[in-house]
Design a protein around this ligand. Structure first.
Ligand SMILES: [Fe+2]
Ligand SMILES: [Fe+2]
Length: 162
């Protein structure tokens, strides 16, 4: 089984998970700058989660003897109009991640790399959760419809994410 190309692509995904962390960190900064500390907390926790996703790839790649490599990360977007724009951008980003993971999964299956397929199936399930979580936030923000008191109540809830 020649899985060199697949492992290269998983190393790309390792870097993409780190890029995701960076994007969420920039979103969290916007929230803090605009005094929405609860939403900022949620996004900082999301940033941490992306680093965990990255490390899961990194640990696996090292375990199979692959020489992991870090790449340059581009400057993340920092100018947002409002919270709704942020969480919609987050959902779109997660959809990109999902399609990348599916591609990797297909690739692993095609070449019969069962170990990689097993690891990637964890990410397939995780992405369902990621998309659902951002979708729920967007629904809530759409119902709040810009009401400041509504946004404050939700901010308090978002502050609770551990
Ligand atoms: Fe992720
Ligand atoms: Fe994610």
């Amino acid at each position: 089984m020649d899985n060199k190309k697949l492992l290269d692509n998983m190393n790309e995904q390792y870097n993409f998970e780190l890029e995701s962390a960076y994007i969420y960190k920039a979103m969290a900064h916007w929230c803090e700058i605009n005094d929405w500390n609860g939403y900022a907390n949620f996004l900082y926790k999301q940033e941490e989660e992306e680093i965990e996703h990255a490390d899961k790839f990194k640990d696996y790649l090292l375990e199979v003897g692959y020489d992991v490599k870090l790449k340059a990360i581009g400057e993340p977007k920092s100018d947002y109009k409002d919270l709704e724009e942020i969480f919609k951008a987050a959902l779109e980003h997660e959809k990109v991640v999902t399609s990348r993971i599916r591609k990797l999964f297909d690739e692993a299956r095609e070449i019969g790399d069962y170990a990689s397929e097993d690891l990637l199936s964890w990410y397939i399930t995780e992405q369902v959760e990621e998309e659902a979580s951002f979708e729920a936030i967007i629904t809530r923000l759409e119902r709040i419809d810009g009401s400041i008191s509504g946004l404050y109540i939700f901010d308090g809830e978002m502050a609770q994410r551990q």
